[in-house]
Design a protein around this ligand. Structure first.
Ligand code: ARG
Length: 563
């Protein structure tokens, strides 16, 4: 239990309220002279039928000063709590230095399995900047849950099945070019797909032909399957290049096609429960009781559909991984789809439907017009990542011309800058790209944090090996205290981010750690301090570097040791 938790527990006992409710209202005041924690009593007035001021003064008297709490002050409706700084600093730093790169990790998830489905692009289509949202948010959520002790499974639910593949096969038979498919697969597949739609306007029979091909595919016709497999393979190779650049791997690429032969079981289950209704020859499950449109399970021509494949996938995952949570990182426009799927599971009697969670996100916009498009409206992710690395290299050449491994550093900085941009605000907010902001070494950006980390590492390098012991009572400057308080909060930040499925909470936090470290660095000399102070400050620097590195790793961003 850390000190913050100790205080929350004390208050919750005195007020006879649960831990969580107190945690929700306990604040960290903006100024040090207002205390380390403050409990505003305004929200409690109704509950206790007393004025906030009275609640505050009564509570204040009950929180006695002890080893942990040095002073309690009542200011209006606030109870301001001042910690015993020396104890706080000592315990926090000892804890971090001892835990090293494991600081903040937890066993809370031990014995629990979390499936995280993310990225899930559609094959034969370009991997564009929008897919990056799901990719980086999902990657971060998975890392976070793992760090908190869960067993995790990373699934890429590829969009590799559906009527559009009937169209693609028909198009390829008419206008496909094998050579092009080899050298420029996605471009070629996109070209023939567009051509299909153009031609089908005047020649509607093409649509029928496509339906027949998809039917053949579902019936496992070997010629048709062979072609589809090729499309899948060449697309996946393209996607894997991007995943490699990002350092992302998956445990499973079981996409929609994987479930095509598992739909019958779904249909049988729903049929047995009497849930299937015929509607214009299609089979649907009515969701009237939830005021939702019916969920289509089998189309009138007998073909399976997106939703039924998702139902089969949910059943399969529950059976295979026995998950405690199954997280779907998919854009918010699909919220209705997931409500339908989860509610169908509910009425079919699968209690675990409540463990299925849709984690949505907003859109990507570009501030720089220049950034948009080489080939029309989609921006290819690969182009964006390449450009980011080129620009980062240019910057590094300006600021550290003598640096070794400049390319490697530029990769970490460039890719990091892109990931940071995706993870710097709440999921549901739109993401706005601007090169200036992304690569601003002084602003709210990955390079700023990375640079700070490298600065810390450089101090540590000059100091030699980490002193075994340090007297933390030497740390008496407000800049030191503010930094230590932030570091103390890491565990709570991780919990909060995991509970809300919001990696940006970590991004914001790590950025403020970097900012606080830079203030400390400016006002509290490390290497030039007297011997005892120096040792303590080296420990603080080491603790900060640990937290920055771990936090950034949880976002999927690497930190260069030198910059
Ligand atoms: N392939 C889909 C798309 O690009 C996303 C898949 C989402 N996952 C799911 N289980 N339906 O829109």
């Amino acid at each position: 239990m850390n000190l913050k938790e100790e205080i929350i527990k004390k208050i919750s006992m005195e007020l006879m309220m649960d831990f969580q409710s107190i945690e929700n209202i306990l604040e960290i005041p903006p100024e040090l002279q207002m205390g380390d924690y403050a409990l505003p009593c305004f929200q409690l007035a109704k509950r206790f039928k007393k004025s906030p001021n009275l609640i505050a003064s009564e509570l204040g008297k009950k929180i006695t000063c002890n080893e942990t709490v040095e002073k309690v002050e009542i200011v209006g409706g606030y109870v301001n709590i001042f910690l015993n700084k020396e104890k706080f600093i000592r315990e926090t730093l000892l804890n971090i230095v001892k835990a090293g790169e494991k600081y903040g990790s937890s066993m809370i998830g031990n014995g629990k399995t979390v499936v995280v489905e993310f990225s899930s692009p559609n094959i034969a289509k370009p991997f564009h900047v929008g897919h990056m949202c799901s990719t980086v948010i999902g990657n971060s959520i998975e890392r976070l849950y793992k760090y908190l002790g869960h067993k995790t499974v990373r699934i890429n639910h590829l969009g590799d099945w559906g009527t559009q593949f009937g169209k693609l096969i028909s198009a390829y038979k008419h206008w496909g070019n094998e050579e092009e498919l080899k050298h420029n697969p996605i471009k070629e597949l996109l070209r023939i797909y567009v051509q299909f739609h153009d031609e089908a306007k005047n020649n509607p029979e093409l649509e029928d032909e496509a339906r027949i091909y998809f039917k053949k595919l579902e019936e496992q016709d070997s010629q048709t399957v062979l072609l589809w497999e090729k499309f899948r393979e060449v697309s996946l190779n393209e996607f894997k290049r991007v995943y490699d650049t990002l350092g992302i791997e998956f445990d499973s690429y079981a996409g929609e096609s994987f479930y095509s032969d598992k739909i019958n079981e779904v249909v049988e289950i729903f049929d047995k429960e009497g849930l299937l209704r015929e509607s214009e020859n299609a089979k649907v499950v009515s969701l009237d009781e939830f005021s939702l449109p019916p969920c289509l399970i089998i189309k009138s021509d007998g073909a399976t559909i997106y939703a039924s494949r998702d139902l089969a996938a949910a059943l399969y995952r529950k059976r295979t991984y026995d998950f405690d949570k199954c997280i779907y990182v998919v854009g918010t426009p699909q919220a209705l789809h997931f409500q339908q799927v989860f509610n169908v599971l509910k009425i079919a009697g699968f209690e675990w439907y409540k463990d299925c969670i849709h984690v949505g996100f907003g859109m990507v916009r570009f501030k720089d017009k220049k950034m948009a498009t080489r080939s029309g409206d989609v921006i290819l992710l690969e182009d964006l990542l390449n450009e980011a690395q080129i620009k980062a290299l240019k910057k590094i050449n300006e600021i550290s011309p003598a640096l070794e491994n400049k390319e490697d550093v530029a990769k970490k900085v460039g890719i990091g800058a892109v990931i940071y941009t995706y993870l710097k605000s709440g999921r549901e907010n739109d993401i706005v790209f601007s090169w200036d902001e992304m690569l601003n070494f002084e602003g709210e950006s990955a390079p700023y944090v990375q640079y700070t980390y490298a600065r810390g590492k450089s101090v540590l390098g000059k100091a030699g090996s980490l002193p075994e012991n340090a007297d933390y009572s030497m740390l008496r400057c407000p800049e030191e205290y503010i930094l230590i308080k932030l570091l103390h909060d890491f565990e709570n930040i991780l919990m909060d981010a995991a509970q809300k499925y919001e990696p940006f909470i970590i991004t914001k936090y790590i950025t403020s750690v970097a900012r606080a470290f830079n203030k400390f660095y400016k006002f509290c000399p490390v290497l030039k301090a007297d011997e005892e102070t120096k040792k303590a400050r080296i420990h603080l620097t080491q603790a900060t570097c640990n937290v920055i590195k771990t936090g950034f790793n949880l976002l999927g961003i690497e930190v260069p040791e030198r910059m």
